[in-house]
Design a protein around this ligand. Structure first.
Ligand code: NAD
Length: 497
């Protein structure tokens, strides 16, 4: 935890064109440690002029990078992977300080990033096309080409992971990138830029410009005519603003947006395992992840038992300073997010749900000034309530009872979101029946939040467009180019007769 009077960590430069440069029209902004509400770092924020410079650098670097053989791009990505492996403990410490996520979580998450960079490296020479049989007289084939300069815009809950999921496939495909991290958590993206530099990436291939969103660096990136694609993770409303702002430039988009995932527990499930997953997923990342099972649908015969178990386990969660390894849960990442979570607790009580655990901000002693929140459980939730429909992004579980399988499916799908779902049952037929009818990009059966670089990740409905991770991630950064060659060279004169 930052002690009062400790000098601020200084990040005075942006990373543009392989150089560390001061902002031309930006400013220096303090980053807040959410465990105490005090500034802990001072960070350069770029403005529109800095984005223009970064896009120009990425554009200049694109021809050589895109033509570089895939195995050479792969070799650089592997060097980056090794650098990330060495830096992982320090990156975890910095990410925890900047966004408050418990160190035990950031260590586990960032400790796996090297594997993911290696996976993306392995894709760098896999962007192959196909031949298309038509008639003997022609040979038709496709090749795939990188789309161009990518603007990567990331959120504050998982800054490094969101950057990895975009930069990995983009660079493997041969695109160049301008990364704009969220204003609340810029530090680890600048650290990542340092690792790219050390790994020997050519100038301009990766550029990192922290800054504001609307009216600032983010908006300039979203409207820049030389940016071919925006890869965005964040809120749905921001995605719509980005789409509207970029309409005149007809970009490509991938959007990873919010979620309100149903986590369905049938009465034949292994109850203890289901509770491990359901309680873990309700409060991981202090509730600040799009894929968490925030709507827990429990079949009536085991519903009361589940309510008791949630309340019992909420009391066992060690909320505390996020850098202490014994803390399970740190603070919320910023003051507005804490206020938002508390307002949803009020809404839940007002709408008639039963608050059975938590619901309050934690203050006093080590907690003073920090944005700490109790793990919270609502029982007897109706799926029409706001706490069941809207993304809270806080450690709040809403337990909803159901009777029959059909009702569970209907409740699960009665949501504007469709990112993920979980279901617990010992009945294989039911697992297949239910999972095939859930409107979500990902369904986990008898497990939850099993997320790996090799499996496609993304949602349907208001949860987004496109997929990150998996082979599908590469497709999002490649255009298809069709070539048709006549084997005869004969072309009939259209005006001969
Ligand atoms: P946000 O939409 O407020 O901000 C995300 C990024 O967009 C930030 O970098 C911000 O500066 C930038 N931005 C804001 N306005 C902009 C504009 N007009 N033009 C260009 N850029 C702009 O989201 P957040 O609060 O940082 O993150 C929380 C949200 O992210 C939640 O809704 C969560 O569900 C979602 N999320 C989704 C996934 C997923 O994979 N589906 C993963 C993590 C987070």
């Amino acid at each position: 935890m930052q002690q009062a009077g400790t000098p601020l960590a200084d990040y005075p430069h942006l990373y543009i064109g392989g150089q560390w440069v001061a902002p031309v029209d930006g400013e220096q902004v303090e980053s807040i440690d959410p465990s105490n509400g005090r500034p802990w770092a001072r960070v350069a924020f770029g403005g529109p002029g800095d984005i223009d410079a970064a896009v120009a650098a990425a554009r200049a670097a694109f021809p050589a990078w895109s033509r570089r053989p895939g195995h050479e791009r792969a070799a650089l990505l592997r060097r980056l992977a090794d650098a990330c492996e060495r830096a992982a403990p320090e990156l975890a410490r910095l990410e925890t300080t900047d966004n408050g996520r418990a160190l035990r979580e950031t260590r586990a998450d960032i400790g796996g990033h090297a594997n993911a960079w290696h996976w993306y490296a392995s894709l760098a020479d896999k962007g192959s096309g196909r031949t298309i049989p038509i008639e003997d007289s022609v040979h038709a084939f496709t090749t795939r080409r990188p789309v161009g300069v990518v603007g990567a815009i990331t959120p504050w809950n998982v800054p490094l992971m969101a950057a990895l999921w975009k930069l990995g496939p983009a660079l493997a495909a041969g695109c160049t990138v301008v990364l704009k991290p969220a204003e609340h958590t810029p530090v680890t993206s600048l650290e990542l830029a340092r690792l790219f530099h050390e790994a020997g990436f050519p100038p301009g291939v990766v550029n990192v410009v922290p800054g504001w969103g609307a009216g600032g660096a983010g908006e300039r990136l979203a409207t820049h005519p030389d940016v071919a694609k925006i890869a965005f993770t964040g809120e749905g409303e921001t995605a719509k603003a980005i789409l509207r702002a970029g309409a005149d430039t007809l970009k490509r988009y991938t959007f990873e947006l919010g979620g309100k995932a149903p986590h369905i527990v049938f009465d034949d499930a292994d109850f203890d395992q289901a509770m491990n997953a359901a309680t873990g997923s309700a409060w991981a990342l202090c509730g600040q992840s799009c894929a968490l099972g925030s709507r827990v649908l429990v079949q009536r015969p085991v519903y009361e038992r589940a309510v008791e178990e949630f309340a019992r386990r909420a009391a066992r969660v060690r909320v505390g300073p996020p850098l202490h390894v014994e803390s399970h849960m740190g603070p919320q990442a910023h003051a507005q997010q804490l206020a938002k979570t508390l307002s949803y607790v009020e809404a839940g009580v007002h709408e008639g749900a039963e608050l059975v655990a938590g619901g309050r901000r934690i203050t006093g002693g080590d907690y003073d000034g920090g944005y700490y929140m109790q793990p919270t459980v609502f029982a007897r939730v109706d799926n029409r309530m706001r706490i069941a429909r809207e993304e809270i992004f806080g450690p709040v579980a809403a337990l909803i009872p159901f009777d029959e399988e059909e009702e569970a499916i209907a409740l699960a799908n009665d949501s504007s979101y469709g990112l993920a779902a979980g279901l617990w049952t010992r009945d294989v037929g039911r697992a297949l029946r239910v999972s095939s009818r859930i409107e979500a990009g990902m369904v986990w059966v008898n497990t939850y939040r099993y997320i790996r670089w090799s499996t496609p990740y993304g949602g349907v409905k208001a949860s987004g467009w496109g997929r990150e991770n998996g082979l599908e991630a590469l497709d999002a950064y490649l255009d298809v180019h069709t070539t048709i060659i006549s084997k005869t060279g004969q072309f009939a004169d259209p005006y001969a007769s």
